[in-house]
Design a protein around this ligand. Structure first.
Ligand code: 4AD
Ligand code: MG
Length: 430
């Protein structure tokens, strides 16, 4: 009796065990009278060997016309072989070709640019690095679920059709909502804030949309964000949650995804808590020493952030951003009304910003004044403001980009590799 198994289970199976594998032909070669397949399934790769005397002339012959990426069922016995990757392989006895693939179009000579691989993303996601990256991303998300659950946060969801900008009007995607103007959500933060009096600590994991015209290695137009918001919480507690989450995610990846890190050639450097904190003013001085000047009040330019990030070997916070570089809802210091109680969490090695967070204005009049000062449309923030009339305590929160985090953990040049089907300024297909 052949027992249904996955590739990874072969390596812990006993010699002679009869197994059935279902998967895809990732590689194929032949040495004399023995054909070798590298079979891939959702758990990894395993070598299958086929000897003509064992499988019979017909099957052996059909192996020669078996194309890469065909879906097959293989039955055979587990054998130990020092030459096989992982020390074990399956010696084929039966082969069923479930779906014979056409000639695989992604060949060395066909790949003329990285963009070709993304045009072919529906197929190229089968490559080992793409698979490893998606598994790392999944581990990051799994760890976040586990972290927030253990800390008593409730997972919520929020609409993605919205009527107001959370992070400024410049990056809104407009949609026609039955003749009315609506937008795709930039962040679920306002809905989290509304949920606080009901749930006290909430988190969310869903897509966010930004009409970012910049073609950079860290911007997607659609990405996934993990956001968290806490009632009765100040910014120092908020930063503690962020660094704890990051550390927990980091440790989960290191504990559970060594094989994927190996495939990606990624060596991660551990870090300890608390992570370093520098202020915006300090960051500006450091950037200036590195030759990049920018006006106090401007957002930290990408290149300055990259140099700061390159100079660190641990994640760190930049705190106290000028109000002019932040969205309207930020609380400011009473003694420095132009400086927000906020932070960016920055990854080392040049990867840059992972998260943004801060203390929110919880007082009705203070928020109304801010909205008026910034000449924003009061009506579109009506319910957000009204929350402040009905028991809004001091609260804080943050949002961390899932693909940004994956990019850092996996060591990817470009953020698009962190997404199964990336959306950028120039890409909306496949
Ligand atoms: O810094 P952002 O814009 O902050 C907010 O949206 C807050 N409302 C979050 C909150 O406090 N609840 O976005 C948060 C994070 C960024 O730090 C970054 O990691 C990621 O989302 N992000 C992007 N990731 C990929 N492509 C883009 N265009 C991104 N824009 C932001
Ligand atoms: Mg930000």
């Amino acid at each position: 009796m052949f027992e249904r198994m996955h590739a990874s289970q072969v390596f812990t199976s006993s010699e002679g065990k009869e197994v059935e594998l279902r998967g895809w032909v990732a590689r194929k070669h032949r040495v004399g009278k023995v054909a070798f397949l590298i079979l891939r399934d959702g758990t990894g790769y395993v070598q299958v060997s086929a000897k003509s005397e064992k499988v019979g002339e017909n099957t052996f012959h059909s192996l020669s016309s078996l194309t890469l990426e065909s879906a097959v069922i293989v039955r055979g016995r587990v054998v130990s072989d020092k030459r096989a990757p992982g020390g074990k392989e399956v010696s084929m006895e039966e082969l069923e070709v479930v779906s014979l693939a056409e000639k695989w179009p992604i060949t060395k000579s066909a790949v003329k640019s990285a963009s070709f691989l993304y045009d072919m993303r529906h197929l190229s996601i089968r490559g080992p690095k793409a698979i490893a990256t998606i598994k790392l991303r999944a581990e990051i998300i799994r760890a976040a679920f586990s972290y927030f659950t253990s800390k008593g946060y409730t997972l919520i969801s929020a609409p993605t059709f919205v009527q107001a900008a959370v992070e400024g009007g410049a990056t809104l995607f407009e949609v026609d909502y039955f003749g009315k103007k609506a937008y795709l959500s930039q962040s679920a933060q306002f809905y989290e804030e509304a949920a606080l009096p009901a749930l006290e600590r909430v988190w969310i994991f869903q897509p966010a949309f930004r009409a970012e015209k910049s073609k950079t290695s860290k911007h997607l137009t659609e990405f996934w964000m993990i956001e968290a918001e806490q009632a009765f919480s100040d910014q120092s507690e908020n930063m503690k949650v962020q660094e704890e989450l990051l550390k927990f995610v980091f440790e989960s990846v290191v504990a559970n995804r060594q094989e994927e890190l190996r495939i990606l050639g990624r060596k991660l450097k551990d870090f300890s808590l608390p992570i370093p904190r520098i202020t915006y003013d300090e960051a500006r001085n450091i950037a200036s020493k590195k030759g990049i000047e920018f006006k106090w009040g401007d957002d930290i330019p990408t290149e300055a952030e990259r140099l700061l990030s390159l100079s660190m070997d641990t994640p760190f916070f930049i705190t106290d951003y000028p109000l002019s570089a932040r969205s309207f809802y930020h609380m400011t210091y009473s003694e420095r009304p132009d400086v927000t109680i906020s932070s960016d969490l920055i990854a080392p090695e040049g990867y840059g910003e992972l998260a943004t967070g801060g203390q929110r204005i919880h007082d009705y009049n203070a928020l109304l004044n801010r909205i008026r000062e910034q000449k924003l449309n009061e009506e579109s923030f009506r319910w957000y403001l009204e929350l402040r009339k009905y028991g809004m305590p001091p609260h804080s929160g943050f949002g961390i980009g899932v693909e940004r985090t994956t990019r850092w953990i996996a060591g990817l040049k470009h953020i698009r590799a962190a997404s199964l089907f990336p959306r950028t300024v120039s890409r909306i297909s496949p």
